[in-house]
Design a binder for this molecule. Structure first.
Ligand SMILES: [Zn+2]
Length: 445
């Protein structure tokens, strides 16, 4: 029966993307009517005989070219700068033929687009580079040769570009994605070690070993997550709560925290798992605030991985939806395959899942003090982000952003702090019962 209600939720999910693509759609209409006007214009000349026929064929070919160009025009452009990588997204009605190459002295990256005329959305890209962008100094867009628009990026440092396309999903059209990675990859260990050194300088007494908690703010960048009726985006709420939780954890004498993403950009699910494993995390906590089957659904829930069946249809549905984040957020599949081979090992996760359930229970008991619970115990399903085989991992649905009352509370600083404290206390309760393994030569401190 629950399946009958799914389409309503899907609608609310799809609605999230309407606003992102909406402005572009308006422009696409204008471009389309320009092309149609051009076709009509050519139809008004009426020369006689075979010359007439030839001209009509020529007009048809030109019209096809114009329509094709309009289809491949950029309708929306976005830049997502972040220390991990800067992403440029160009959205269009059909796939844009493109090529990328680098130039040295000074470092530049050139993107050629076979997209007909220069659209307003593409021209706007020039003003979207921020001073804080770690990789792009400035950007220019201009006609290069007939039918080709050239985007030149002046770089702050050498980058490794990755360019790929994404098929339409939700309200997004075709997307051409250009990711600028640093030539030397950012290692999450560096940030964590800096945090530990700060702690060592201010430490009172001795702590056997710091427990490393990786906090994962759900969604980000191209993937807004769920959107509340008043416009709050899940990706913003999760980052705010995660930052609060990190500050609280770092203030504890025996713990330190690392955020998988500390900014508004999309991080693929496998990369979140990979970061936790890279820093040998003791615990992994993914934070969310989703829409749900019924708009009046409310309360907090905690999820762990299930190796087999989901514990409820709702849990299964939610896992499917969360796992689809990669399609919306945008993942280069060539690279994903490489990660999958390393990360999603076919190991039995029974012991890890047992500890994930214990951690989940501790967190749920504390969440109960600040919010009603949606389900009284930890639920399980096949969440891709919880698949580190050796790190107890939970996904916390702090509240339903689809519920207007809960959306309001999620934006309230006092409530955000209460939530973060409840999460901290749940984690602290678990660590008191299950202290991290003693320091080994592999330990980080
Ligand atoms: Zn979510």
């Amino acid at each position: 029966m629950a399946q009958l209600r799914f389409p309503r939720i899907l609608q609310s999910g799809i609605g999230l993307h309407r606003r992102v693509a909406g402005a572009g759609c308006a422009r696409s209409g204008a471009a389309g009517s320009r092309a149609r006007a051009a076709i009509r214009g050519r139809g008004t000349t009426r020369p006689a005989g075979s010359a007439h026929a030839l001209r009509r064929i020529l007009a048809f070919v030109v019209a096809l070219f114009l329509v094709g160009g309009a289809e491949a025009q950029v309708l929306a452009s976005r830049i997502w700068p972040a220390p991990d990588y800067t992403r440029i997204t160009l959205e269009s009605k059909s796939e844009i033929k493109h090529s990328v190459f680098s130039l040295k002295d000074p470092e530049r990256l050139v993107l050629d687009l076979e997209s007909g005329e220069l659209s307003a959305a593409l021209a706007e890209l020039q003003g979207k580079v921020t001073a804080g962008d770690p990789y792009i100094q400035g950007l220019r867009v201009a006609h290069n040769r007939p039918g080709v628009i050239r985007v030149v990026m002046d770089l702050k440092t050498e980058v490794v570009p990755q360019v790929f396309t994404l098929k339409p999903i939700g309200e997004y059209g075709h997307r051409l994605v250009l990711d600028l990675y640093p030539a030397l990859a950012v290692d999450p260990l560096v940030a964590l070690i800096e945090e530990s050194q700060k702690k060592a300088r201010t430490a009172q007494g001795t702590v056997a070993r710091l427990a490393t908690i990786v906090i994962d703010p759900g969604h980000g960048g191209e993937d807004p997550g769920a959107i509340g009726r008043h416009g709050s985006r899940e990706k913003d709420v999760t980052l705010t709560v995660a930052r609060r939780l990190k500050a609280l954890i770092d203030a504890e004498p025996n713990m330190r925290a690392l955020l998988t993403r500390d900014g508004d950009f999309y991080l693929p699910l496998h990369a979140r798992v990979e970061k936790a494993r890279r820093v040998r995390a003791d615990l992994f906590v993914s934070i969310h605030a989703d829409a749900f089957v019924r708009p009046h659904a409310r309360g907090s829930s905690v999820f762990a991985l299930s190796e087999r069946r989901a514990t409820s249809e709702a849990a299964q549905w939610l896992a499917k939806r969360e796992n689809e984040a990669d399609l919306i957020g945008g993942v280069n599949l060539d690279v994903k395959d490489r990660y999958l081979a390393q990360t999603l090992l076919d190991l039995s996760q029974t012991a890890t899942i047992d500890h994930s359930l214990r951690l989940g229970s501790s967190v749920l008991r504390r969440l109960e003090t600040v919010n009603t619970l949606h389900k009284p115990r930890v639920e399980q399903a096949s969440f891709a982000v919880l698949k580190a085989p050796d790190v107890p991992s939970i996904l916390v649905e702090t509240a339903f952003i689809s519920n207007p009352q809960e959306e309001k509370r999620l934006n309230d600083e006092v409530y955000q702090d209460k939530l973060a404290r409840a999460l901290l206390e749940g984690i602290r309760d678990y660590i008191a019962k299950h202290p991290p393994r003693p320091a080994s030569p592999l330990a980080l401190n």
